[in-house]
Each structure stands twice: as C-alpha cells, then as structure tokens.
Design a protein around this ligand. Structure first.
Ligand SMILES: [Zn+2]
Length: 213
C-alpha cells in the first residue's frame, strides 16, 4: 500500500516520505506541487492613472509576481466557472485596487496599499515594493486576480521549490515543498495528491474506453 508520512513541517516548507509509490507517480506529484495546483495571481490590470517613472507594463509585471493568499474552497478557475464569461464573476475572480495619492516626499508604494474586495484573497505580505512615487506623481489602478496554474505562467506556481530525493530504501522518496505563501505547504501536497489521483482516474477511464471499443 502506498503511504505518506510527514517528516517535517513549518509555515512555508513541508517534507513528506512517500512509500510504495512508483517513481513516475512520485515525480508527477512533485511537478504538480510546483505548477499544477491552482493559486491566485493578479492577471488583468487596468491602469487608470500612472504618473510614476515605471511604465504601465512594468507596474503590471510587478503586480503579477506578488503572491496572493488563496482560498480554494470558495473560488474556481475561470475555465471551470459556471459564469462562462470572459470578465468573470464573484466565484472566479477578485478585484483589488490601489489609489495612491502624491505625498510631500518620495515614497514607495507597497503591497499594503493593494486593497482587496475579499478578506482572504490578498497579498501574502504587506511589504512587497511596487513602485516609488515622487511628489506630484500618482498611481490609481484596478486589477483582477484569478486562479491559474504555473503550467500557464510561472506567476501561478504554487511553490518556489518542489524536490524529490531518494532514500536508501527502494521505492521510498522524500518530497519537499516550499510554498510561495499563497497556500500552506500542506494544502499544496494534499491538493497535489487529489489532482494526481483525478488525472490517474481520467487516464483509467480513457484506457477502459479504448479497451471496450
Ligand atoms: Zn465566474
């Protein structure tokens, strides 16, 4: 019987021992934990006003790389949402805004000024710098975050690092996952196991279909 045993765990990193799992499944799980578990990232950026020295694309790029705390229980990926709408709905996207007025001195706008309409889905840290504003400059934006997967773009990677190491024993591996902060490492591994088993299930169904043809 395959088994999974927790070796170590903290807020960001978790290591589990996989026993009785074929190497290709263990490897598939490692990849899914890296880029196959959906997390939120900022995707659509509407710049209403940007008089900073950073171009609009630069602002959009920096916003895209901010890890966003993710709640998988209340949201679905747009491709699986019933709204079937390109603009999305409250089940598949979250709006965040920045309205940074000019100050008396140059100051750095950080992720703390990115206000979310959702209590949970918001930047994992308040301290991520976005842009510097000098006196007379202003940044006003509306952005949408949505669930996505790292296979589409690295900004949706669930983990910074996901590694598989061999132990001395045959058929025994150690999977170590370091989260970006969007999900806990435990959520990533559990979602990864779910994702892998549903993929294997689909694969089995395809095999059955082929056989019965
Ligand atoms: Zn929707």
């Amino acid at each position: 019987m395959p088994s999974l045993e927790v070796i170590s765990q903290d807020k960001q990193t978790m290591s589990v021992k996989l026993k009785g799992v074929p190497l290709q499944y263990a490897n598939a799980l490692r990849r899914i934990c890296l880029n196959g578990v959906p997390v939120f990232a900022i995707d659509t950026v509407d710049i209403i006003e940007n008089s900073s020295v950073l171009a609009d694309e630069g602002v959009a790029h920096r916003l895209g790389m901010i890890p966003i705390h993710t709640d998988l229980s209340r949201f679905v990926e747009p491709s699986k949402c019933e709204c079937k709408s390109e603009s999305g709905c409250s089940n598949c996207r979250v709006m965040l805004t920045i309205d940074a007025e000019e100050g008396d001195t140059t100051r750095t706008i950080t992720s703390t000024e990115l206000k979310s309409e959702d209590e949970v889905v918001k930047p994992t840290s308040d301290k991520i710098p976005i842009v510097a504003l000098a006196p007379g400059q202003r940044l006003k934006i509306e952005v949408y975050a949505r669930l996505g997967r790292g296979t589409e773009h690295a900004k949706w990677n669930a983990s910074n690092i996901s590694t598989l190491t061999h132990t001395d024993k045959e058929g025994e591996y150690v999977l170590t996952v370091e989260s970006t902060g969007a999900l806990s490492p435990q959520q990533i591994i559990l979602s990864g196991v779910d994702e892998l088993s549903s993929r294997l299930e689909e694969f089995k169904e395809i095999l059955v279909e082929i056989k019965t043809q």
